[in-house]
Design a protein around this ligand. Structure first.
Ligand SMILES: *Cc1c(COP(=O)(O)O)cnc(C)c1O
Length: 403
């Protein structure tokens, strides 16, 4: 943990734990570094569903080309916070009211998931136009991805045959401007696997456009850049990815590529900080019971990993009895919920962990608080803190347009 973040954590009172601490300076540096290795003709959108914390969105606005939203709620939230940022609206099930709102907001892109959705949009357009991508589920092998959204039967996007039926609708309706295709096939891929998939997808997309005699200006290949919770230091290789995209795009000279990562952008900037309430031994195994739990940080339960953590020792011990502790042994870190599923990390060796010590869970900046079942057991919500101690020049296209 950086010292500026540690300083902030030290100033949080016990009763204000658990706490989410977001390191905005680190986020700024990270997204700036991503941006710096992406070649021209690659546009970077941030998938807001990964973490829609207002300060995170405002911070990112200076570095990204826009935001991808997946509901009417996210659309209103992002529009309200960063009014002039371009927004792409996707998601497998959109209500008529959400589609109408998207058109009222003049979203920059609408990602259309089916022929039915396209037809519904045409009934809502009136005098307006819309720039659309058709989301397709290609028969490609997504290999060992953590989450596969495509390449097999799925509710996401449409089969290639459906694309052609959509083209017929669009050919008769000039209000729908087809910009290209959208594909978000898998999550959790490393850079080389991601590049191989994009290569395959682009070849298919251009072949399809050629056969159909349609102009393909843009392909959005989604997000899913891998985040390895078991090896926090093994980050997605953005420089290799950027260099690979440059090579790929040289073979597609007129194409703009869009990516819309979420997890890989914000995962590393978030910390869930809490405190050990009790340490006990059950049949010889050590358990540390923490304030809060997976109803605040569902990520390890959802993805079935051990959330990486750091121990922040607290030497104060006001009681007259001996302080319960685990020493140089594997400990299972659990929360306050009355369920055996409330496990944040299982049998991880610690040097020393005592009642009163603080535990800071790393990589809690994506799919963390916002995917958690907060109401379960009615514990107080965490407090939220932001550390922003460094300036990094803004570099996004959107930022350039604004300044
Ligand atoms: C969830 C999602 C993303 C972001 O995925 P990450 O794994 O967070 O990078 C991007 N695009 C679409 C369509 C999604 O559903």
């Amino acid at each position: 943990m950086r010292s500026a973040v540690l300083d902030r954590v030290a100033r949080i009172r016990d009763d204000d734990l658990p706490a989410y601490v977001h390191d905005l300076a680190d986020l700024r540096r990270h997204v700036h570094a991503i941006r710096a290795v992406l070649p021209e003709r690659v546009e970077l959108l941030y998938a807001a569903k990964a973490n829609s914390d207002p300060l995170i969105l405002r911070t990112l606005a200076g570095y990204v080309d826009g935001f991808e939203v997946a509901s009417g709620g996210e659309l209103s939230h992002v529009r309200g916070l960063v009014p002039d940022a371009p927004i792409a609206f996707g998601g497998p099930g959109k209500t008529q009211a959400e589609l109408a709102r998207a058109l009222d907001c003049a979203v920059e892109r609408l990602h259309i998931e089916s022929e039915h959705e396209l037809r519904l949009v045409t009934t809502l357009l009136g005098e307006r136009t819309v720039d659309a991508l058709l989301r397709v589920n290609l028969p490609v092998d997504v290999g060992r991805a953590a989450l596969a959204m495509g390449g097999h039967p799925s509710p996401f996007g449409m089969d290639p045959a459906q694309l052609d039926r959509c083209l017929e609708v669009i050919d008769c309706d000039p209000r729908v401007r087809l910009r290209g295709l959208h594909l978000h096939l898998a999550s959790g891929l490393r850079a080389t696997a991601q590049l191989a998939l994009i290569d395959e997808v682009l070849a298919w997309a251009e072949g399809w456009a050629r056969r159909r005699g349609t102009d393909l200006a843009e392909v959005n290949v989604g997000g899913g850049m891998g985040v390895d919770y078991d090896h926090p230091a093994r980050r997605f290789d953005w420089p290799a990815f950027g260099a690979g995209l440059r090579r790929l795009l040289s073979r597609h000279p007129r194409l703009t590529l869009r990516i819309e990562p979420g997890r890989s952008v914000t995962a590393y900037c978030g910390w869930y900080v809490t405190q050990v309430l009790d340490v006990k031994f059950s049949r010889g195994q050590a358990f540390a019971v923490l304030r809060g739990g997976t109803h605040h940080l569902r990520t390890p339960a959802a993805k079935q990993h051990d959330q990486p953590f750091e121990v922040i020792p607290d030497d104060a011990w006001p009681r007259h009895w001996e302080r319960p502790e685990a020493r140089d042994e594997p400990v299972t870190l659990v929360g306050q919920l009355c369920t055996p599923k409330d496990v944040l990390a299982r049998r991880v060796r610690v040097e020393r962990l005592r009642v009163g010590d603080r535990v800071a869970f790393a990589m809690a900046g994506a799919y963390a608080w916002n995917i958690s079942h907060h109401a379960f057991l009615m514990h107080p919500h965490p407090t939220f803190h932001h550390v922003d101690d460094a300036e990094v020049p803004v570099t996004g296209t959107h930022a350039r347009q604004r300044s």
